[in-house]
Write a protein that binds this ligand. Sequence first.
Ligand SMILES: [Zn+2]
Length: 373
Amino acid sequence: MEYEIKCPKCGRSSARILDSKCSCGSPLETHLHFNFEKKNILKRKYSLWRYVSFFPYVNKKEIVSLGEGWTPLIKFSDNLYFKLDNLNPTGSFKDRGSTVLISAVHKPLKRAGGYISEDSSGNAGASIAAYAARAGLKAEIYVPESVSGPKLSQIKFYGAEVVKVSGSRCRVAEEAQKSEKRKFYVGHILHPLFRDGIRSVAYELAEEFGWRLPDLIYLPVSAGTLLLGVIKGFRHLEKSGLIDIFPEIIACQTRQVSPLYHRFKGLSYTQPKRITSIADALVSVDPPLLDLMIKNLKEADGNTVIVEEEEIFNAFTKLARKGFFIEPSSAVAYAAYEKQLETKEISKNDKAVIVLTGNGLKSKLRPTLRINA
Ligand SMILES: [Zn+2]
């Protein structure tokens, strides 16, 4: 058996690729029972699918691709690098999860005459909508009533049906999961294959850095798919004997939305009444994968940092003025890097990489009076 999809809570394995949860209610996890072997990289394929052998549940002939992954690695300053995942087809790293998930499920879904349902406030909804369109699948994207702006337009232009739900973010997820005839919930947060697609970031970084990873890796963290996916990818490389040193993973959050930070540091967290942060892709105040995130970040000997609104805005502006137009949510990771430099937790000699997760055109921010950097 090359892989297994199992429940981390009750240990039951799931045979159905369309399941996003265990029957006990817990999220599922994929387990890989093979090594990463360099010779199996398709070196002349310049997308995530150069790693097709490492996603054994995807049939090579059934890949649904828009040219995602294999994003550039750029040297920003002496020891700081950016991984430009904002350059993915729909403008966010989520395309890694969507291409893997939709490639694996589109045939069985079509055989069942089904359509997909997903809940998202933005980037993941747009990404799933795009890959569903590419696969010729109908998609229903459940969004909070308050959602507006470029991401909502993007979802609609891809042809997905948008269902607005009033109330909290949890209510949106509930509605999306409500069973209806022929509806298959493939929520990006819960479905194990979406998360599994994200491990490609780790493979790419290892290849791009010549298999000698930097000391520090900064990731913005909300629902946890990026964090869990990246850790899993590095673990796989480590187990396969391809990397000696596991980089320090720094999970970056906003003060408003920082359940991971607080739990990790043993502090109590109070959810904000309303999220007003400019980092509007980071909204998971009560992420269903929090336990998994804490466990993985601890085992990986990682760390976590929170940043203030002003720090995010300054980081966003600073990057834009160097030519990097990214979502404020991605600037959270750069703000965290700068903060750790300032507090001397790290030094300029530490080699670091920041994953830039989303395109600046997705932001609702307008260049008004606040720009004075
Ligand atoms: Zn279970």
